[in-house]
Design a protein around this ligand. Sequence first.
Ligand code: ADP
Ligand code: MG
Length: 345
Amino acid sequence: MATIERLDETTVARIAAGEVVTRPASVVRELVENALDAGATSVEVGVENAGLDLIRVTDDGHGMGRDDAVLAVERHTTSKLSGVEGVERVSTLGFRGEALPSIAEVADLVVTTRAEGEGASGTRVTVEGGETGVEAAGHAVGTTVEVRDLFARVPARRESLGTPKREFARVSDALSRYALAHPDVRFRLTHDGRTVLSAPGTGADVDALLAVYDRAVAGQSASLAANDEGDGGDGDVRVAGVACYPSVTRASKEHVYVAVNGRPVRDGDLRAAVVAGYGELLPGDRWPVAAVRVSLAPDAVDQNVHPAKREVRLRDPEGVADVVERAVREALSTADLARAADVAF
Ligand code: ADP
Ligand code: MG
């Protein structure tokens, strides 16, 4: 007969870590979201061996004081929520306080940081094999997080990963999504010392698109924008972004990017709304290249439906989809499509 036993804390922590940190790309996502939440205007990501040997994320955000830096690596500590009401109205990308401790469960973690007005020296917090160390260390205002030997202590997880090439493709894809979701932030990704992505952070969607693709794609695009005041008291829906002309298509829907309140999401309905905006313009079996940013009041979106937060639930999905579809349709109707097609063929 089975007997029920209570799991010890270490096991519980390791299981929870497994949901947040599944592969190098999920570490990168969590660290980039922390940088964005800290108000960074520049986020530099360097990885070695697809992130298995090293992931380093440096930002110029507000940084942390010594006490906060020590607290940050502990479980369920966050500066972004207070109490259960807070979960209903989060406006930050993070809120669970799980990322840094989860990463420290499965890798060696070093956080070097300095808060504004904190004098010349910042703080370095090191978590290696469950031991936390704290020392003074120099750093510009902002934060650098280094993650070494990911999953070295969790061989089963390491073996379940794809090839380094495949894992790096996921890292690169994640960075592309954040660059398109935050065209006002400078992003740089290097792999084994080689620059793979460099988005300038000008605020123009087309510049982010150019960084992720090339001139052949970005040169064939129109900006899109639409607002809806919202009649049912749901507040504003604002849509911005960039849509390529129907002369630029892809065989996969992965080139339709959607972000909600700064978070890249996989949302079939919003993606379908983008495609619907093209109407009859797309050839059969082909998908457009487009990046759409949706901004909603924090309480119009539930971010807490997925451990890795890749999905969100909207309070008014149809209403939002309508604004997205209209934004795309209007952008394409004002573009000189005949001329664009001439250039393309
Ligand atoms: P969460 O993002 O859910 O709050 P994390 O474990 O990712 O949880 O981070 C814990 C806390 O550490 C954050 O709430 C924030 O206060 C601080 N922190 C983490 N990364 C950074 C950073 N890059 N810049 C400033 N503060 C940070
Ligand atoms: Mg976080």
